[in-house]
Design a protein around this ligand. Structure first.
Ligand SMILES: [Zn+2]
Length: 401
């Protein structure tokens, strides 16, 4: 006997005769326990007061696994009680997945079913569609789903000949989750949400979409195989997530000194202002470095004017750029900076007769560290010396060529 749960999902208590018993595994002549199938978990509950820990359908019969070995025997009449909270959650969550799919029909191209899964915290539905489910589409999926819940659409189900069902273009099929129905080749269970969605499905469903309650879409992802996964929550978990998001929105709006409606616009404006300020700060820093180099002492040697000095709190790359900018054809600029392990940058004009790389090599030979460069520009870093000492060494440096 297959489970009667999909046909009569409201039944929570029943009596049945034990037809087989193997230690903790019980088979009944009739059962309303839902056997795990596709993405819907097995029902919880009790048989003659003993907890049911698993329910599986092996294709021939439904087997209930109990938490402990029962006292009853084959031929006895037992009473089954299905955990109402968990079944109700599964019915609502499962029907919500159909409603979400119906919303997908209105928003996504070439839509197909790729599977679904009901967990305690969230439900996932996998779509096959070439449409990119971007933020806007995701929000619209949620809005349409909740709208269909509010519209209180009747949900009905019936067995129809498999041939007839597969010939209908409006029926969503998923061979993974409907295996329980599909392998019973003659008929298939069709679940119809009035005017919204039609699917072949062997799960348990509520009789009207309003029973689902609020649906909170959580996120989307791409698990591979061309699937787009949408996760949502129903019940207290979903309501809680919704409240958390509302709280976060309000906190963010307060932090930006605006209101929720203007939040996106304000965030864009704040970001643009930040970018402008960063650019401005950068310009000022560059101007400050240029000014500092302008103020370096001038040293005349071997026919060229050297400007030498120490820079405070300037990044080596910025110092290098500023040195290249400041040097003229006949001159040389040498700057030293940094605290722990100082750097040196040297820019030499094309008519200065100075090879910047030779200067830096002489410095690193003397003070360690590394670096190098060509005639017009060179830099070294990791020097083991006080910046002022390095500047003094530059002052003394003379070309030996
Ligand atoms: Zn279903």
């Amino acid at each position: 006997m297959r489970t009667r749960a999909p046909a009569d999902p409201e039944v929570r208590e029943f009596t049945a005769e034990v037809v087989a018993l193997d230690d903790r595994t019980v088979t009944l002549d009739t059962t309303y326990f839902y056997a795990e199938s596709g993405g819907q978990p097995a029902d919880r509950g009790t048989i003659d007061g003993i907890r049911v820990v698993d329910v599986q359908d092996d294709g021939d019969a439904v087997h209930h696994t109990l938490a402990s070995s029962p006292d009853f025997e084959v031929g006895d009449t037992v009473s089954g009680v299905i955990d109402d909270d968990f079944r109700t959650y599964c019915m609502r969550a499962h029907t919500a997945s159909h409603v979400l799919y119906g919303a997908g029909r209105r928003l996504l191209e070439d839509l197909g079913y790729g599977g679904f899964d009901i967990a305690e915290e969230k439900v996932r539905v996998d779509f096959t569609t070439p449409t990119d489910i971007d933020d806007e589409t995701l929000v619209e999926l949620e809005r349409l789903t909740n709208r269909a819940v509010w519209d209180s659409l009747d949900v009905s189900w019936e067995e129809v000949p498999t041939e007839e069902a597969t010939a209908r273009e409006d029926v969503a099929f998923n061979t993974k989750t409907e295996e329980g129905v599909m392998d019973d080749a003659d008929t298939v269970r069709i679940v119809d949400i009035d005017g919204w969605d039609v699917a072949a499905c062997g799960g348990t469903h509520v009789g009207n979409t309003r029973e689902i309650g609020p649906v909170t879409v959580l996120d989307r992802s791409n698990p591979g195989e061309g699937l787009t996964r949408v996760e949502f929550a129903v019940g207290p978990g979903g309501i809680g997530r919704s409240a958390e998001r509302h709280r976060a929105l309000r906190q963010t709006a307060a932090a930006l000194e605006t209101n929720v409606d203007d939040l996106a616009e304000t965030a864009v404006a704040v970001r643009s202002e930040r970018d402008d300020l960063q650019d401005r700060v950068r310009e000022l820093e560059q101007a400050a470095v240029a000014d500092a180099i302008d103020g370096f002492e001038a040293v005349e040697k071997q026919g060229a004017t050297w400007r030498l000095g120490v820079l405070d709190g300037v990044d080596p790359n910025d110092a290098g750029e500023a040195a290249k900018e400041a040097v003229d054809d006949a001159g040389v600029v040498g700057a030293v900076g940094g605290d722990e392990r100082p750097y040196v940058v040297v820019a030499a004009g094309s008519e200065s007769g100075v090879h910047a790389g030779d200067v830096v090599d002489a410095v690193t030979d003397e003070y360690g560290g590394g670096g190098g460069g060509g005639p017009p520009f060179a830099q070294g870093g990791g020097l083991d010396a006080d910046p002022a000492d390095v500047r003094d060494a530059l002052r003394e440096w003379e070309s030996t060529e």
